[in-house]
Design a protein around this ligand. Sequence first.
Ligand code: AP5
Length: 241
Amino acid sequence: MASGSSRNIGAIVLFGPPGAGKGTQAKRISSYFGAPQISTGDILRESFRHGSELGIEAHSYMSRGELAPDSLVCRLVQQRLRQPDCQRGFILDGFPRTPSQAGWLDALLEDKIFENLRPGAALPIVIQIDVDYTELLRRLTGRRTCPSCGRIYNVYLQPPRVDELCDVDGSKLVIRNDDREDVITARLKAYDQQTRPVATYYRSKGKLYLVNGERPVDQVTRDIFAIIIHPPDTRTIPWGL
Ligand code: AP5
């Protein structure tokens, strides 16, 4: 994808259930607009691989498909957002996931270190990627990831050119630990019970934008880019449709 723009994209939140395509789309936004992708799932998995105390604590929740505690995740996000590369904007992938995380993020964005973000708009732009339950199961059970470059594939929907090998660097693709069926069920339940209310929170603030995530990846990307470049007035969006 051609590289984008030196635009200040502000704070973008990609919101949606496990398997909706948040990670896939976050990488595309990141490479086009030159803003970092901040995936709390990736940060937690990386912390666990490095044997950090927070990573080990989070791992026990992740392996059961439960959410890690708000305080732990917020601490990691705060550290990451204070890095200089976040000054012109960033893409949050998988955060916030509870109303309490959302309130915490809004308060943090008022901090003066973010004053260069999208002028006059402290709140993030929240893009909800909508996908039906059956399709989510197919996406999660078919997902494969490159352990070297992080590229995401799907054996049913977006297979690599050579079976089980990354197109970019030839690494052997891996299956995520939490993509087992019993854990997937628990993750979807956590989404329904704890994460869905975050959409209501941002809708009430006029900051939620809905995208149909069931279409091909390029079409979803096109819709998301259009929202980032010209966020429509949410008061004109028919939410019931
Ligand atoms: P996390 O790593 O964030 O996982 P998740 O939210 O469950 O989301 P996924 O990464 O599974 O899916 P995705 O939406 O990114 O989809 P993807 O692009 O890969 O979190 C893991 C765990 O960490 C949580 O369970 C929790 O324990 C903990 N955690 C993380 N954040 C936390 C927080 N804030 N608070 C507390 N705990 C937290 O795509 C999926 C598949 O579909 C791929 O195979 C892809 O190729 C395919 N695909 C994508 N788009 C399309 C398309 N349009 N058409 C066809 N196929 C597609």
